[in-house]
Design a protein around this ligand. Structure first.
Ligand code: A3P
Length: 306
């Protein structure tokens, strides 16, 4: 079984132009081919009980929750949080793009307690995850805004294939033909895992609506207790406006050949409901019907606007 999966994993798919990354497949989930090629190392990764894993479907507010978690960890010390760019502070376990060290190498070199990041759906996690008791913070974002954000990210980032037209992307997203697979399966899988594991399940829309309340939830989950003045700093420093200006969070240090922010900024809009500027009436209807079917039977609900 494993053997055939590995063979399947090696098959490159959706190859794009020269510079662009291509996608491969593991267990029918699309992932960057560089990740697929490093799959054995990723699967052998050992989680530790005192790890904290930040998990999201792409474009759900990963960078935002990472900055919140780091600010809590550093007790609101802004200078400490500027020690390096956000994508180097928390190893991204399935990251594999030479010449950079892989996410696994970075995590292995990190002293405990570690804070790690993943976009993997539950079924693709390294087996040691299920043996460990590490805590997880999952952030979910409504699928319509997630799709729009992902589309613009793929337009500007060479780390993924070209998204094609918006019309094509709309279909591909609904059919899970994007990196990390189906949004629907991802959120449902992690929602279910909540019954077995210590997972703080957060929503982008809730953080947007009341950042202070959600920051406090994260703080408690991390077993910290910070006073109100520190929480004031964290709330201010993790606002969209501040993070958009902050070179440690806005990806401005990433070369233009990899992320061309003149096409679309990494910190793009940071709002709930931008999908209304992209979805046609017909697309919205089609999406809603499909959503109902795919989300039937789950207690998980999303707010498409606040
Ligand atoms: P938009 O493209 O809709 O603007 P990720 O970090 O998972 O790649 O998610 C990126 C999305 O989160 C982008 O969404 C980005 O603008 C948004 N984001 C990042 N920091 C944010 C913040 N402090 N407040 C609100 N949204 C934020």
């Amino acid at each position: 079984m494993k053997e055939s999966m590995t063979q399947e994993a090696k098959r490159p798919l959706l190859s794009e132009g020269k510079k662009r990354a291509s996608l491969g497949e593991v267990e029918r989930i699309f992932l960057p081919s560089t990740t697929v090629n490093n799959w054995d190392q990723i699967q052998k990764f050992r989680f530790k009980d005192d790890d904290l894993l930040i998990c999201t479907y792409p474009k759900s507010g990963t960078t935002w929750i990472q900055e919140i978690v780091d600010m809590i960890e550093q007790k609101g010390d802004v200078e400490k949080c500027r020690r390096s760019v956000i994508h180097h502070r928390h190893p991204f376990i399935e990251w594999a793009r030479s010449p950079q060290p892989t996410g696994v190498d970075q995590a292995n070199a990190m002293p405990s307690p570690r804070i790690l990041k993943t976009h993997l759906p539950t079924q693709l996690l390294p087996p040691s995850f299920w043996e460990s008791t590490c805590k997880i913070i999952y952030v979910a974002r409504n699928p319509k805004d997630c799709m729009v954000s992902y589309y613009h990210f793929q337009r500007m980032s060479q780390t993924l294939p070209e998204p094609g037209t918006w019309e094509d992307y709309f279909e591909n997203f609904m059919n899970g033909k994007v990196s990390c697979g189906s949004w629907y399966d991802h959120v449902k899988g992690w929602w279910k895992a909540k019954d077995k594991r210590q997972i703080l399940f957060l929503f982008y829309e809730d953080i947007k609506e009341n950042p202070r309340r959600e920051i406090q939830k994260v703080m408690k989950f991390m077993g910290k207790n910070l006073d109100e003045t520190i929480l004031d700093i964290i709330e201010q420093e993790t606002s969209f406006e501040k993070m958009k200006e902050n070179p440690m969070t806005n990806r401005s240090t990433v070369p233009k050949t990899i992320m061309d922010q003149s096409i679309s900024p990494f910190m793009r809009k940071g709002i709930v409901g931008d999908w209304k500027n992209h979805f046609t009436v017909a697309q919205n209807e089609k999406f809603n019907n499909d959503y109902k079917k795919k989300m039937e039977g789950t207690s998980l609900t999303f707010r498409m606007e606040i």
